[in-house]
Every structure is written in structure tokens, then in C-alpha cells.
Ligand binder design. Sequence first.
Ligand SMILES: Nc1ncnc2c1ncn2[C@@H]1O[C@H](COP(=O)(O)OP(=O)(O)OP(=O)(O)O)[C@@H](O)[C@H]1O
Ligand SMILES: [Mg+2]
Length: 265
Amino acid sequence: MLEVSDLRLAFGGVRAVDGLTFQVGANEIVSVIGPNGAGKTSAFNCVTGFYRPTGGRITLNGTDITGRRPSLIAARGLSRTFQNLRVFGDLSVLDNVRAGTHLWLRQRVFDVLLHTPRYRRSEQEATDEAHKWLDFVGLRGDRAGLVRNLPYGEQRRVEIARALARRPSLLLLDEPAAGLNHSEKAELLGLIQRIRDLGIAIALIEHDMGLVMEVSDRIVVLDYGKEIADGTPAEVRDNPAVIEAYLGREAGPEETEEVRGARTD
Ligand SMILES: Nc1ncnc2c1ncn2[C@@H]1O[C@H](COP(=O)(O)OP(=O)(O)OP(=O)(O)O)[C@@H](O)[C@H]1O
Ligand SMILES: [Mg+2]
């Protein structure tokens, strides 16, 4: 579904992404992990068209999307959420999610201006679809209220619902667990699995190792822009280069054990 090969991105002298290669197959959950500043978000920004890569190639469902515009890439089935939550705070919960449907909802100017029955039907379709996704992400409560009045964890769900309303084949989540409490993280884990069960592939950036180890089919590890490991959760957890990247050069065996057990922050 998604193939990233030898992706490179430089900001002046900083090589934010330095030769990243990974794939996400249909129905797979692939996580991209690595220390702060490793280049994870930069890589996602290349994949989604927000940054133009300095090198490498990205294909989505067989089509080369390298350097294409975000709108085109979204139309080809890729949807995302952001590390720094992006919702329309001054719109209602419902309208935030309805906004996602405009990617596929065909509305003609004529119908919109004249409020024809066809226009009203398509608006109803958008509303029904938005309710469906809000149900799916488990957002109960008032959907007519402004998003900014919701608790943070619920705003995160609205963002995911909006991404799903675009009907993607691949969903990129950038640190969806950040700022969530323990029970919200557990719900997020279930939500990610249910999204995959719909047949949507997922690429996940996440620092919460408990979540990553539980949910991922495969994990790609970045350090200073370079890919240092790619494998199953068990392979990655036991990979000395990964342990070193997280703990620094002096890491001894005891600390290694500790990080395995304790990294659930
Ligand atoms: N717009 C930018 N301009 C210049 N440098 C940037 C820009 N965005 C990111 N960088 C640099 O690129 C490197 C990778 O940053 P990136 O945000 O991709 O890391 P990350 O792995 O997502 O980190 P975190 O876990 O903290 O979110 C860092 O050195 C960062 O300072
Ligand atoms: Mg990031």
C-alpha cells in the first residue's frame, strides 16, 4: 500500500531524514519510533506532501506520490492526524467531522447556491457519516457544542473521526497517545485495532512503548534520521542498536531490562 524508499529530507545542514525505507501493507499497523528529533514527523510530512523530500521515492497504492501536493495525496486515500492537535476549535464537533467528508462528497455549485433537494441530500449524507464516525471513536455527549470546549482527549478523538470521515485506505497517526491518561490510552489502543479491522492500514508515530509493542505488526526505528531497525515488536525490543539509541552508549544489561519493563510513559 505505502512504500517509502531511501527517503531523505534536509533542512540546511540538518539531515532530518537520512535514507528511510519502509512499507505498510494493507491491513498492517506499522509504527515509527525513535528519540525526540529522530525525524519521525519530518518523514510523515514528506509522505503526506507537507514537505518535499530531498531524495527518495514514495508510492501509495502503486502511484508515485513523491513531492505531490497534500490535497492530491489525501484524495488518493491517505489521511493523517497531527502531533500538535489540529481541530477547528470554533466549529462544532459535528462540523469538524463533516469537514472530512468534503474530500469525497461531490457538490455542484449550482446545487449549493440554490439549495436544491440534491444539495440537501448530500448535506444529510455528510451529517450521517459524521455521526457514524463520532460513534465509532466513542464520542458521546453534545455534538453541537464547540470543539474547544471539549476535554483534550476528546478533541483528539474528533481529529481521528475527521480523518476517518475522509474514507482513507491508510491513516497516519502522529503521537495520538500524547497527553492522554491511562484509561484514554487503553481506549486508543482498542480504537486503533478497530480501525485496522475496517481494512484501513495504519502508520503510527508514538513514544508510548506499551502501546507500540501491543498494537504494532512491525516497528521501524529512527535515530538521527537514519533507520536503525525494522522488525516485529519482539525483534526491535531486543535489538542492541535500539536499546543504545534510547539509553545512550553506556547502557548496561541491567538498564536494558529496566527499559523493557518501564518504558510505558
Ligand atoms: N521545519 C523545520 N525546519 C528546520 N528543522 C526542522 C524542521 N522540522 C524539523 N526539523 C529538525 O529535523 C529534525 C527531526 O525533527 P522531527 O520533528 O521530524 O523529529 P521527531 O522524530 O518527530 O521528534 P519528536 O519525537 O520530538 O516529535 C530535528 O533536528 C528538528 O530540529
Ligand atoms: Mg514528531
